[in-house]
Design a protein around this ligand. Sequence first.
Ligand SMILES: Nc1ncnc2c1ncn2[C@@H]1O[C@H](COP(=O)(O)OP(=O)(O)OP(=O)(O)O)[C@@H](O)[C@H]1O
Ligand SMILES: [Mg+2]
Length: 261
Amino acid sequence: MSRSFLIASGKGGVGKSSVAASLGQALAKRGLSVALMDADTGLRCMDLMLGIQDKVVFDFADVMEKRCLLQDALYPVPGYGSLFLLSASQILRAAEIRPKDVQKVTQSLNRTFDIVIVDCPAGVGRNLKVNLGSVEEYILVTTPDDIAMRDAERTCQVMGEHEICHPHLILNRTDKHMIKRGEMLSPQQAAMVLDAPLLGAVPDSDKVYRGLLRHKTAYECGDKQVRLAFERIADRLMGEDLPVKEEKQGPVERFFLRARM
Ligand SMILES: Nc1ncnc2c1ncn2[C@@H]1O[C@H](COP(=O)(O)OP(=O)(O)OP(=O)(O)O)[C@@H](O)[C@H]1O
Ligand SMILES: [Mg+2]
């Protein structure tokens, strides 16, 4: 049975698109057919992230306005078997996207692909809500700082109001030394605060941005720990019971972090 996931965060720039593209690649490497849908209307990035910007001619707006068929707007990502991208429109404004069109497209994708991943824009307003029509699960991406955590909490509320009640949490840009010293929330602590099951944690790495400069995703950036994090996230999403490693904190660090929560 096909599954579709919305990637959301509330706060911008926490790594939603990096997670969406990398997770898509990790799942495709497992032999699954995966459709990535860039839903960041007006500010699309997935084509550049995946290095296929020169191939993209048709996008979501062309499908919506019936200028092409859906399959004409799906572009394969080389090296990943059955991984395809549907780009967001760069020209339309988000207000011009109709929820029923998004729903129609995601439903068609669901009939063809094992996995559909919808990369949402930041925020919890209309830009997010227009995409909520046809998913039951969402992946909440956050970084371990209070600002992103507060926005993630608000995102959970909005999802709940729309009866999308199956969150999976990914904590991005973690630093095991800072966690050990009690300067940063651990993935387990973040999951407790947000009351969301932990899907995984992705370490902070300079190589992710350096990879982006070469149109490589986080998964391909050359950092083994980052890649491993996405392999484990993909395995857990497919139902494997792999614990997320817990960094040990002393009692003093635990006390100060608890006081913040
Ligand atoms: N694990 C990581 N380590 C270091 N840098 C990262 C990591 N994940 C993402 N980044 C960097 O963070 C920046 C923002 O990432 P990305 O575009 O994926 O975020 P986003 O949440 O999709 O942003 P937006 O809200 O604008 O759509 C990029 O420069 C990316 O390279
Ligand atoms: Mg993005």
